[in-house]
Ligand binder design. Structure first.
Ligand SMILES: O=P(O)(O)OC[C@H]1O[C@H](O[C@H]2O[C@H](CO)[C@@H](O)[C@H](O)[C@H]2O)[C@H](O)[C@@H](O)[C@@H]1O
Length: 270
């Protein structure tokens, strides 16, 4: 297969194609997508992550559907909103949730971010210092700061160094009262707010009045979102890649996500 060409809807498992047909037939479906590992292939340099062109084109076409064909779109990411918008370039009208739910910009509404109180601000500063200290003694690791959290990245570190660094963060600042530790793909994130993608999906469902939700995600943090889906009511959870999941469906990689979006577009356009 030509790289980037995809395999069309034939790459999608039959049960997923059937679930998409049911979703596309509903009056108001909501499509919620994770960014890294779903729209954008995972890369070493986090600032170089970009959505696949086919996925961006399909999203733009889905966003342009109107009247009784319209679809609500949302991105829900661990990324802060600013880099999410800069890297993903989502179509106008897409609802955006960043920092796992700490930052929210619903379509047609003002941005709302949960402000940190004084204690949370001090705690975050302390946690950032401690994570930076760990990174300073573990070659190949680096630190990403967020409005309500900090991430230790270990993708570029040797395996033993990566696991030692992750342990130092999880067992050190990760255990401070008020800190929430989340593991992801070659990352450990410490957040000072209690947010998760499941609550974000519920808020999006309520704000859009969706009949059913499609959610695609690849990481451990996406399991909170899969947990709030109800396949019996038409929701469709799609786990991207390997690993255990509560999602009812699975596809291999971001190329297959592009196939999925193109297939949904075709179903919704007929
Ligand atoms: O919720 P997501 O949109 O999937 O964001 C999750 C994290 O994505 C980023 O890290 C991941 O992608 C990087 C670029 O491909 C990769 O280098 C890293 O190993 C991955 O974990 C982002 O940097 C994090 O802040 C997000 O939480």
């Amino acid at each position: 297969m030509t790289p980037g060409a995809g395999t069309g809807s034939g790459s999608l498992p039959p049960a997923l194609r059937e679930a998409l047909e049911r979703l596309a037939a509903l009056p108001r479906p909501l499509v919620v997508l994770d960014f890294d590992g779903v729209l954008a292939p995972l890369v070493d340099d986090r600032d170089a992550a970009r959505p696949l062109e086919r996925s961006s084109a399909a999203l733009a076409a889905l966003a342009a559907l109107d009247g009784d064909r319209a679809v609500d779109l949302a991105l829900v990411s661990g990324r802060p909103l600013e880099p999410l918008v800069r890297l993903a370039s989502p179509p106008e009208g897409t609802s955006l949730v960043g920092s796992h739910g700490a930052e929210v910009r619903l379509a047609g509404a003002q941005e709302s971010s949960a402000p940190l109180d004084e204690a949370e601000t001090a705690l975050l500063a302390d946690v950032v210092d401690r994570v930076r200290a760990v990174a300073g003694t573990h070659a190949g690791t680096d630190v990403e700061t967020k409005p309500a959290g900090v991430v230790l990245h270990t993708r570029r570190a040797a395996l033993d160094v990566a696991s030692s660094a992750q342990r130092a963060v999880t067992d050190g600042p990760g255990r401070l009262p008020g800190v929430r530790a989340m593991r992801g793909k070659d990352v450990v994130e410490l957040a000072v707010l209690d947010v998760d993608k499941g609550r974000s999906v519920q808020a999006l469902r309520a704000s859009t009045g969706a009949d059913a939700v499609l959610y695609a995600g690849d990481d451990v943090t996406d399991e909170h979102a899969f947990a709030v889906l109800d396949p019996a009511a038409g929701d469709v959870g799609v786990h991207v890649g390997d690993g255990s999941t509560a999602a009812a469906h699975r596809v291999a990689d971001p190329e297959a996500v592009a196939d999925l979006l193109e297939h949904l577009l075709a179903l919704r356009s007929r």
